[in-house]
Design a protein around this ligand. Structure first.
Ligand code: SF4
Length: 193
């Protein structure tokens, strides 16, 4: 998403992995979105106005570059919201820890998660689903993945003729009332009660 936006000015529309932290999953704790990140001064401020005392670049267990920011236990121990924020008990030596991706990635992830459930995003995704359906039809029913002739000019002509044929095919289905095929249900989804 970052490189598509930066290098091609394209806004990639797709589902984004939700945060896996217990605070987000239980929907009752302070999740990362409740914290304010100050990238310039390399610090994070919690919902209670306390700031991190430690900020360092690190590697995740999957080898990705991450930033780990940490609150001092001296701040978190007496905090009355501690149960909602960290599972570290009172004997722990570290307070709440926040793991971030590099700024550009973090901001894109945050933005994508914020718009995930909005009406605007659902409309955008419907366009994408339509495009995916069209490509799928082109590939499965019109042999779009195989060029019959070599050379870019002929490949381009083939694509244009295929697109024209698809339009006629769809118009015919529209005019003669041929119903659309249903969306395939995967075997795994079919098991869901
Ligand atoms: S537990 Fe620590 S980080 Fe969390 S709200 Fe309290 S002071 Fe802030």
């Amino acid at each position: 998403m970052v490189t598509a936006r930066r290098d091609h000015k394209v806004d990639l529309v797709g589902p984004i992995l939700a945060s896996t932290s217990w605070q987000t999953k239980d929907n009752e704790g302070f999740s990362q979105t409740d914290f304010t990140i100050d990238w310039d001064n390399r610090r994070v401020t919690c919902p209670n106005g306390k700031t991190t005392s430690n900020w360092r670049e690190d590697c995740s267990q999957h080898g990705a570059v991450v930033v780990r920011a940490r609150f001092a236990m001296g701040l978190c121990r007496p905090c009355e919201d501690r149960q909602q924020c960290t599972r570290a008990d009172a004997t722990a030596t570290m307070g709440r820890r926040i793991t971030l991706r590099p700024q550009a990635e973090q901001e894109v992830i945050q933005q994508a998660r914020t718009r995930e459930d909005t009406h605007e995003r659902k409309e955008q995704y419907a366009h994408r689903a339509g495009v995916e359906g069209t490509i799928s039809q082109g590939v499965r029913a019109f042999g779009l993945r195989r060029c019959r002739y070599s050379g870019l000019a002929k490949a381009r002509l083939q694509h244009q003729l295929t697109a024209t044929a698809m339009n006629f095919h769809r118009l015919n289905a529209w005019w003669t009332g041929i119903p659309r095929a249903g969306t395939r249900t995967s075997h795994l989804a079919a098991l869901r009660p």
